[in-house]
Design a protein around this ligand. Structure first.
Ligand code: GDP
Ligand code: MN
Ligand code: MN
Length: 370
């Protein structure tokens, strides 16, 4: 009986393509007088014969029930298939919807990680017209006066202006350098008071020369601890915010209070990098989304499972924001990104000390040269 069912299902699922071709072939052979060639298909022959006999054998109880069972199974499968198609055509999140036949052809393209995005139409709005920022300025309301933020926007703001508004600044003439600062200043040809400001801002020194590379309390590693002397009055230095994650969250809350809108926030700084010349914008604090978009476990266009890829989205956005801001006198301290696709991942942007092989190598090198 199982064999019977197999024959019937086989015939209907696979055989309905093969058998008609065989039949046509046989008719052609009949026509040209080579009927004997039918024996060339010994495997299909029993299927073909069974199928023809099954309907005629209604008096045979086994065959009768087999035919009925197969019909029920087939109808059941067809109904499920029909329902799935119907649901798909009405479902908004259907990844196949709105895709051209060209794209549909490659099954993996339809399985995009951003299923809900039909067309990436990201808007980038640099905020111009803000005055010079001073301690006590309410930058959330100043920004909202210049741009009508919307739910889901991502606001990137330069740490320089955030720190100026919060008073994370220092006066060089108020600083008296220690022996350590005097030694490093001589070594690197810098102002000892500035070097002292850098040492004060650092939680750990990774490299002392030819420039100071330090780790800050919140995990970021930066040249001269990110202390700036540009875009502020003479004799002044700007420090990075001591807890940029908290700052980003507070700024997000303030913007929500002022505008009623739920925006994400990234606090950026222009940073140097290893291996390449040139500085780029980096995120030092963020709120409203994860720093990393985690691709591990996702499949590429060919179905390969990704094992390593963790995209540092906040740094990518900070990099573009930095491009719009410029470095000198542009006067664009904040940039709004609109229509960015959503992502999921985690916030472990900074390596732990054990994971960070560059940091370990630099530390060893530095110790050996002592
Ligand atoms: P950093 O990358 O955070 O160190 O900041 P930058 O000094 O590179 O400045 C980033 C952008 O903000 C540049 O376009 C500056 O001209 C602008 N900027 C800096 N301070 C102010 C300010 O007080 N007011 C305004 N309107 N723009 C500023
Ligand atoms: Mn800076
Ligand atoms: Mn900059």
């Amino acid at each position: 009986m199982c064999l019977e069912m197999f024959f019937h299902l086989f015939y209907d699922v696979f055989g309905f393509v093969v058998i008609p071709h065989v039949k046509i072939y046989l008719h052609v052979l009949d026509f040209i007088g080579m009927t004997a060639c039918r024996a060339e298909f010994p495997l299909l022959e029993p299927v073909y014969v069974r199928k023809l006999r099954a309907y005629r054998a209604a008096d045979d109880h086994v065959h009768y029930y087999v035919v009925i069972a197969c019909r029920i199974i087939k109808t059941y499968l067809k109904t499920i298939y029909f329902c799935i198609n119907l649901i798909n055509s009405f479902c908004l999140n259907n990844p196949w919807q709105n895709l051209s036949p060209e794209v549909k052809r490659n099954s993996y393209i339809g399985i995009s990680s951003h299923r809900d995005v039909i067309m990436e139409n990201i808007q980038v709005i640099g905020i111009r017209g803000l005055p010079l920022i001073h301690k006590g300025d309410n930058i959330a309301s100043m920004i909202c006066e210049h741009v009508k933020v919307q739910d889901g926007d991502i606001l990137s703001i330069a740490s320089t202006v955030y720190s100026k508004a919060m008073g994370y600044t220092g006066k060089l003439s108020d600083i008296s350098p220690t022996e350590h600062a005097l030694r490093l200043a001589k070594l690197n040809g810098e102002d000892p008071r500035f070097v002292q400001a850098v040492l004060d801002a650092s939680a750990d020194i990774i490299m002392e020369t030819p420039f100071i590379l330090s780790e800050l309390g919140f995990g970021h590693i930066g040249v001269r601890a990110g202390v700036d002397q540009s875009n502020i009055e003479d004799d002044m230095v700007i420090f990075l915010p001591p807890d940029p994650m908290k700052s980003a969250e507070e700024l997000r809350d303030s913007i929500r209070q002022v505008s009623g809108k739920n925006v994400g926030v990234i606090i950026t700084d222009t940073c140097g990098r290893s291996f390449r010349r040139g500085q780029t914008g980096n995120a030092i604090g963020w709120s409203g989304f994860t720093a990393i978009r985690d691709f591990r476990g996702d499949t590429d266009l060919f179905g390969h499972v990704l094992k390593i890829t963790e995209e540092a989205v906040v740094d990518e956005i900070a990099g573009f924001a930095n491009f719009v801001m410029g470095e000198s006198n542009n006067g664009v301290p904040a940039v709004v990104f609109r229509n960015c696709p959503k992502w999921t991942g985690h916030n472990d942007l900074f390596f732990s000390r054990d994971e960070d092989i560059t940091r370990r190598a630099l530390k060893n090198e530095w110790h050996e040269s002592q």
